[in-house]
Ligand binder design. Structure first.
Ligand code: ZN
Length: 181
């Protein structure tokens, strides 16, 4: 497996990533597949321990030092299904007004110490992107955890970290209509 060096420098992560030229070059395609594989293996306790890596469900290009708009996602859902994407130039084309948040807070491979607080995001989103797995432009209608992960990763491409979205004065501020995950 490819072991990526994860960028943790906040100044590097603040830069907005550039559009990827299409059609996609083979190099980026291969890299995205390796990023998905990295995430999958990072969720295996033994492999994570062996290589001293943290488990992750999403990885944006700038987290491995490439300032371009692509990202990988690897999630096993409640039913044990594998959800994986290698998205290029993702755009959120629609979103719900209703918000959701993870009650245990978010984490990030690029933020070593967990920063406590709620991160409110759109409960449902629609994302349009080229996907390397399907090898075409796809539309994803996401809710629940997947919606959160996609927004977290797209934030990275825009130079934003989850910690930027936590209310500084009241990290655990309650929003009545928001869905707790
Ligand atoms: Zn992150």
């Amino acid at each position: 497996m490819e072991l990526f060096k994860i960028v943790t420098d906040k100044n590097e992560l603040k830069k907005r990533c550039q559009e990827v030229e299409m059609p996609l070059d083979e190099e980026t395609k291969t890299l995205l597949l390796k990023m998905i594989d990295y995430l999958k293996k990072s969720q295996d306790d033994e492999i994570a321990k062996k290589y001293d890596i943290r488990p992750g469900v999403g990885l944006a290009a700038n987290q491995i030092g490439i300032n371009k708009r692509f990202l990988a996602v690897y999630i096993i859902d409640d039913k044990g299904n594998e959800i994986k994407y290698g998205l290029v130039n993702p755009v959120i084309t629609a979103y719900s007004v209703q918000e959701s948040y993870i009650s245990n807070g978010e984490g990030c491979l690029s933020v070593k110490e967990d920063v406590p607080g709620y991160v409110y995001r759109h409960a449902k989103i629609t994302v349009r992107a080229y996907d390397v797995i399907e090898d075409k432009i796809i539309t994803i209608k996401a809710k629940g955890f997947l919606s959160i992960v996609l927004q977290h990763e797209i934030d990275h491409l825009n130079g934003l970290l989850y910690t930027d979205r936590i209310n500084k004065d009241n990290p655990f501020i309650e929003k009545e209509d928001a869905i707790a995950l």
